[in-house]
Design a protein around this ligand. Structure first.
Ligand code: APR
Length: 278
């Protein structure tokens, strides 16, 4: 394990981008439950479903209204939340580094964009809960879920006819689906920036991973690519996860145990200073 000064010196000597990879943990201090926390289940009738059971094309095909109800419920939580100091620190680093910066986020809550991170440099690799797209894929277009939904959706978690009318593809009129990557679906470039994320990992001057258990394969692949290059890598999390082993085995790795709010403002200011000065 290296110390921060050594890591920043090594990052400064590389012309690649600073790459941030964030997970649900960066939004925990905004009040959004993490994915694998105990509060994650959803009741349908008398059965409790885990997110991994609800967030699938198979479940949507079988009970679309229930899946939409779950997503509209979670969308409401995300819309009521506000970006926190960690999101703002990420935005500030992008403002300093501009095109020498890439943000890869697993979060669908949209808080990075609401904190001011820019869409072209923010790879939302699991989608965004505020958007929908055609379930029949008549188009690749994304549509923001209409605000009218909030007026018609009975917060009692049922989808009624009036709400269903707002959840149709504007292009062909058939049912729309949430713009979120489901567990039985694959990453791609057009919707989830798959190749762009791997390209960023291949040339990153430094990778900073924040708030993730590392249970999904693209984030793990990004981390492994940087670790295999022996490139500078920092992991910020309150408890050890898969990424802790990656940084422990990396001569230029560092595990900062603690929350995103505790570490990111100071850490990203140091990264900005190290990489911005010629
Ligand atoms: N600051 C930083 N990290 C935190 C904080 C905090 N304040 N609070 C919790 N964490 C950490 C937890 O310790 C945990 O390691 O955030 C991590 C959240 O892990 P998960 O709930 O598994 O979320 P994530 O890793 O983002 O899940 C990845 O899996 O289920 C799919 O698509 C879903 O995007 C999600 C992906």
């Amino acid at each position: 394990m290296a110390d921060l000064d050594e890591i920043l010196r090594a990052a400064k000597s590389n012309s690649g981008p600073a790459v941030l990879l964030t997970g649900a943990g960066i939004s925990a201090e905004s009040g959004i439950p993490t994915f694998r926390g105990e509060e994650g289940y959803w009741r349908v009738g008398s059965k409790n479903y885990q997110p991994t059971e609800m967030a699938t094309w198979a479940t949507f095909s079988r009970m679309p209204d229930e899946v939409w109800a779950w997503y509209l419920y979670r969308r409401g939580i995300c819309r009521a939340a506000a970006p926190n100091a960690a999101h703002r620190a990420v935005r500030a680093l992008e403002e300093t580094l501009e095109d020498r910066f890439v943000l890869i986020t697993q979060n669908v809550d949209g808080l990075h964009l609401r904190a001011g991170s820019t869409e072209p440099r923010t790879y939302q690799i699991h989608g965004n809960i505020d958007f929908m797209r055609c379930a029949d894929e008549c188009t690749e277009a994304l549509y923001r879920i209409p605000d009218e939904v909030d007026a018609t959706w009975d917060k009692g978690r049922k989808i009624d006819v009036a709400t269903r009318e707002h959840l149709l593809c504007p292009a062909c009129g058939t049912r729309a689906r949430p713009h979120v990557l489901w567990f039985d679906e694959s990453y791609d470039e057009i919707h989830f920036r798959f190749e762009s994320s791997l390209a960023a990992a291949a040339e990153a001057a430094i990778l900073i991973v924040v708030g993730t258990t590392g249970q999904t394969n693209l984030p793990l692949h990004v981390g492994s690519m940087v670790a295999e290059r022996g490139a500078p890598m920092i992991f910020v999390n309150p408890e050890p996860t898969t990424f802790t082993r990656m940084v422990d085995d990396n001569p230029l790795g560092l595990f900062l145990e603690g929350t995103a709010g505790d570490h990111l403002p100071g850490l990203l200011a140091s990264v900005a200073e190290a990489l911005a000065t010629p």
